[in-house]
Design a protein around this ligand. Structure first.
Ligand code: TXA
Ligand code: MG
Length: 337
């Protein structure tokens, strides 16, 4: 893996590499992605191989210009009410951490969409991502740059450690700002459905297009891509607790003379617990700060060889919903281990 910076010259090199069918890991405002040309079948096949990702889990195509949307999805085939919602969402929230699932154009390779007749499209707001996409083919397929099922990468070092030479280049632009993946929204039928809570809070979407439906219950069935129960999981088992349960657990551990790996949502809970160590997601208690450090902290905690991580739930609002979604999937037992 060759390391590049986010200078214009390096981003041109990275863009050309994608044009040539190579794989480039790059920063977005949410997490680092593993990019390849969305219309190149062999690049797409390499993405699945590098991540050891099952072929039934489709990829997001990243664009850097709104007009490219119509080369990938067919919004004109949808009823007017949905077309209007798409217009409002793209005008207000793109570029940004929101992925839209639309009917797919036949030119998009089936490999990218796992044979579905829908396609996921995202217009990221990270300046390096935007330039890289513009300098490449304009349509970059990019899942998060982690092995399938493992914690997502929010730093270039995570990608280097996890994927190494399975990737040709990595653009390093420092830690990702948002820290949780984009919100995925299904706009192929009414009611509009939230498939994955993420960097764009549900409240913001509902303030623009009205009430949206929650995703179906999480399932491992391949027909429900993006909703796999166990995902984003560290190797260390993780138990998700409310604030009160965590405080109780720490008291029990203290009485038994043992200490475990504790993940606090806020500094106040940590102080109240009296625990001498432990990790804190947010010093000021805010969900945006907590989301930005979530995966980095979990990567660190997974390196401690603890028997178990006890993690505190975030408040279920704004980015807190995405944090709780990732923590709850991290707490599911992995079937393949
Ligand atoms: O923030 C993000 O979205 C990051 C950065 C790199 O852009 N990307 C990312 O990609 O998280 P990935 O592949 O790790 O997650 C994409 C999610 C998966 O859960 C996948 O199942 C879902 O989007 N997805 C993709 N195409 C879909 C489709 N046609 N229908 C339903 N879900 C789809
Ligand atoms: Mg992922």
């Amino acid at each position: 893996m060759k390391r590049l910076s986010s200078t214009d010259a390096d981003l041109r090199t990275a863009g050309k590499a994608i044009k040539d069918g190579l794989l480039v890991a790059f920063p977005t405002e949410t997490v680092y992605g593993l990019g390849g040309d969305g219309f190149n079948r062999s690049a797409l096949a390499r993405i699945f191989q590098a991540k050891r990702r099952p072929r039934f889990d489709p990829l997001i195509i990243h664009i850097a210009e709104i007009d490219t949307l119509d080369r990938i999805g067919c919004r004109d085939a949808l009823p007017r009410s949905l077309q209007e919602k798409i217009t409002v969402l793209t005008k207000t929230l793109w570029p940004g951490p929101l992925t839209l699932v639309l009917p797919k154009r036949p030119e998009v390779p089936d490999l990218a969409t796992s044979g579905l007749n829908t396609v996921a499209v995202r217009f990221p707001s990270h300046p390096a991502a935007m330039k890289l996409i513009a300098y490449s083919t304009g349509a970059v397929a990019a899942p998060s740059a982690n092995p399938f099922g493992y914690l997502s990468p929010t730093r270039a070092e995570h990608v280097e450690k996890l994927l190494g030479d399975a990737v040709d280049f990595i653009v390093d632009a420092g830690p990702a700002d948002i820290g949780v993946e984009s919100t995925v929204l299904d706009l192929t039928q009414e009611p509009v459905r939230l498939l994955r809570p993420g960097g764009t809070p549900r409240e913001k979407i509902e303030s623009l297009i009205g009430k949206i439906e929650s995703r179906e219950k999480a399932t491992d069935a391949p027909r429900s891509p993006g909703m796999l129960k166990s995902h984003y999981a560290p190797r260390t088992p993780l138990v998700l607790l409310t604030r009160e349960q965590l405080l109780e657990q720490i008291a029990v551990d203290r009485d038994a003379g043992r200490s475990r790996a504790y993940l606090f949502f806020d500094q106040e809970t940590r102080e109240e617990s009296g625990a001498v160590d432990g990790f804190v997601l947010s010093r000021g208690g805010g969900c945006a700060e907590a989301a930005a450090s979530l995966f980095d902290v979990l990567h660190q905690m997974d390196g401690l060889s603890a028997d178990c991580i006890y993690a505190q739930r975030a408040p279920e609002r704004g980015l807190g919903a995405a944090i709780n979604d990732r923590l709850s999937r991290a707490s599911m037992r992995r079937e393949d281990d």
